[in-house]
Design a protein around this ligand. Structure first.
Ligand code: CS2
Ligand code: MG
Length: 404
């Protein structure tokens, strides 16, 4: 079998998605997600100019070799743009291989290790009453684990919630320049334990509650927060401090037993080396789309499993249905599955990307369609062209740019 076509398709069914479509001489097609939120066009250029032409004539069954060819052969390694592009190729080739075998992808990854995949949803609120309503809404949808994020008194932005401001005005997702959000770590550290106390008082001690600090704390501040949240037994504290400085997590780990989740911005196993070998984290968060594909993420999962660390693949709305499906096939197969983030997508995105995966009763399943179980309606995709959109930029009260 040979690859005869490789095209990059950009569409914006409510938000931008970048998809690679590979076609073989036997008429099989494969899809891969290459969406890098706010930097989509950089990946489009990398894929269309430097990768897609190299795929023509290759054997799509040679997934590992193609991955190594694109990773090592490029000379310039790692980084979110490169690894998103390689991920799209990797996933598209797994899609083709599984379709050729007439099997859902998870069957090529060792088969099912569980019947269904536990999900967590997002509950956001400008204040505690709004947050409690949002948690209730997720529970009504069937979720059995919830990430909780709120505004912070005195700050305009509802941090971590890209489309809401403290006064309730909707933030246009598409804008020509990043919006500027405000931040005050001390106010946040004073505020958050009370938020957990209120949610626990309302929903009891058992509901798994997750929280994302979005890299905003120093190590000692992260240690402080981890310890202050212990009475409320969080399921995890995510991205508590910028973890490029992997050693910083040693300090956090010394002070708190709150489980730590890290890695959605990581794109190779090297980003995790110390964190995993020194048991500094409890969950690895990389997405298939940002970690170079199914091939390396399976390897990372196995490395993490040696240290009793579980997977928790990143699954916000900016991972496309293609990337979501790839995650679910891995979630079903790996032994050390932890939990799957699932923010869901717009109904229009579901029309652009018809898919076999399902969400019900707080759990997901990839379905048993051959391949990934996702297709792309190219005509509908073309009807919703790319629109510039950025993640907000975060500044302290004195104007200093701060971690996101
Ligand atoms: C967040 C993301 O879901 C999460 O854990 O960190 O929403 C993140 O802010 C976006 O995916 C960035 O594109
Ligand atoms: Mg996160």
């Amino acid at each position: 079998m040979k690859i005869v076509d490789a095209r990059v398709i950009v569409t914006c069914p409510g938000r931008n998605f970048v998809t690679l479509k590979v076609t073989t001489d036997e008429g099989l097609t494969g899809l891969g997600d290459a969406t890098l939120n706010g930097r989509e066009q950089a990946v489009v250029g990398y894929l269309a100019e430097h990768v897609a032409p190299l795929l023509i004539g290759l054997d799509p069954h040679r997934i590992e070799d193609t991955w190594q060819y694109l990773y090592r052969g490029a000379y310039w390694r790692r980084g979110p743009v490169t690894m998103a592009a390689i991920a799209a190729v990797d996933v598209a080739l797994w899609d083709v291989k599984a379709k050729a075998a007439g099997l859902p992808l998870y069957q090529l990854l060792g088969g099912a290790s569980r019947e269904r995949i536990r999900a967590y949803g997002h509950a956001d609120g400008r204040d505690v009453p709004e947050l409690l309503d949002a948690v209730r809404a997720r529970l009504d949808q069937g979720y059995r684990a919830v990430r909780i994020q709120t505004g912070v008194p005195g700050l305009k932005a509802v941090y971590g919630v890209h489309d809401t401001t403290a006064d309730g005005s909707a933030v246009p997702h598409q804008q020509a320049r990043p919006l500027v959000e405000d931040w005050d770590t001390d106010a946040y550290l004073r505020h958050l334990p009370g938020v957990f106390e209120a949610v626990r008082a309302e929903f009891g001690p058992e509901l798994p509650l997750l929280h994302d600090a979005h890299h905003r704390l120093t190590p000692i501040q992260a240690a402080r927060l981890g310890r202050d949240l212990e009475p409320y037994r969080p399921f995890w504290l995510e991205d508590c401090t910028p973890a490029e400085n992997q050693e910083a997590l040693r300090l956090v780990r010394r002070h708190t037993t709150t489980p730590l989740a890290v890695g959605e911005v990581f794109n190779t196993v090297h980003d995790y080396q110390t964190l995993i070998t020194e048991q500094l984290i409890d969950y690895v968060r990389s997405a298939v789309t940002h970690f170079g594909g199914v091939t390396p993420l399976r390897k990372l999962s196995d490395f993490a499993a040696q240290h009793q660390i579980k997977t928790a693949i990143h699954g916000p709305e900016d991972i496309s249905p293609v990337g979501t499906a790839a995650a679910l096939h891995l979630d079903l197969a790996v032994h050390n599955f932890g939990i799957q983030e699932y923010a869901g997508h717009s109904p229009l995105a579901g029309e652009v990307f018809p898919h076999a995966y399902t969400f019900a009763d707080g759990h997901l399943h990839p379905g048993d369609a051959p391949g990934l179980g996702v297709e792309l309606d190219e005509a509908l995709a073309a009807a919703h062209p790319y629109r510039p959109a950025y993640l907000p930029v975060n500044r302290l009260r004195d104007g200093t740019v701060h971690d996101w």
